[in-house]
Design a protein around this ligand. Sequence first.
Ligand SMILES: Cc1cc2nc3c(=O)[nH]c(=O)nc-3n(C[C@H](O)[C@H](O)[C@H](O)COP(=O)(O)O)c2cc1C
Length: 317
Amino acid sequence: MEICFAPMEGVTTAIYRRLHRQFFPGVDRYYIPFFSPTPDRLFTPRQLGELLAEHNRGVPVVPQILTRSGGDFLWAARGLKEMGYEEVNLNLGCPSGTVFAKGKGAGLLLHPDRVDALLEEIFRQTPLKVSVKTRLGVRDPGELSRLLEIYNRYPLSELIVHARTRTEMYRPGVHQEAFALALEQSRAPVCCNGDLFSLEDCRKLEARFPTARGLMLGRGLAANPALARQLRGGGPPEKEELLAFHTALREAYREEYGPQNGMRRMKELWRYMACLFEGGDRLAGKIARTTDCVQFDFLVEQAFQERALLPSPQGFR
Ligand SMILES: Cc1cc2nc3c(=O)[nH]c(=O)nc-3n(C[C@H](O)[C@H](O)[C@H](O)COP(=O)(O)O)c2cc1C
């Protein structure tokens, strides 16, 4: 089964993806966190920093677009084609209040007829393969049936199902039975996403849904960067390689964003990675409260020196 790294805005940056691939190979595809095409139809320097081939060398990536406009999607898809991409993903799941209010992401799921019209327009002219990452609906997981009917009208290259509704945001627990429905009814190959935090979680899902094309892992992989390797039969993370990965990332962020903003990026990651260490909850709290770079580096050094890694990390929960 394929293993995909979920897009995580603020966490799986181009720098992160490149170093993750270098230190912990095993992921088949990395999805780039979404970008929204701007009304002036120009890629911003920030977007180009994520999208251009030179920032993704050697890393298999799929870009993701967040929009409610077919015209904007097609404009962006043409630009992505020029950059060398063959596939693009449409975000139909982002639950954030502002995105939802604008009728994008999960906001589109409120109006299945608009999803239909958007896909109609996209598929009439898309220069790229198009996959969709969807939530189950806005309030009721049962909304998925209607959405599947619509998705099946178009030749999606893949349907990634994040098995939560918008209202559920990121609350623990997903509706795994929705994967069964999607696998039974979707014409497009299905990739399962949501709460796959440990080796056992993934193995159980693979056994339950052997016809899924892939698993998409987000917070679990951010927490344990070796999880994809373990799924391929490799070993759990070891302290030296984790430290080497961390050091390379810290340096690259410092160089790109400066010490303070670089530290902020690292702190986002520690929300997940702390769970690899004994006493991870307290460690996560201490790191989250730090606003001083020297203190941050000290806490990290201390964690690597004094805390054992958990023998079978259960991942972020
Ligand atoms: C900090 C953060 C940022 C995210 N950014 C995106 C994004 O840019 N695009 C997207 O489709 N999903 C995004 N997601 C959702 C994840 O891709 C994924 O669907 C979700 O976390 C469930 O998977 P998990 O339980 O393996 O983490 C984000 C989630 C988090 C926690």
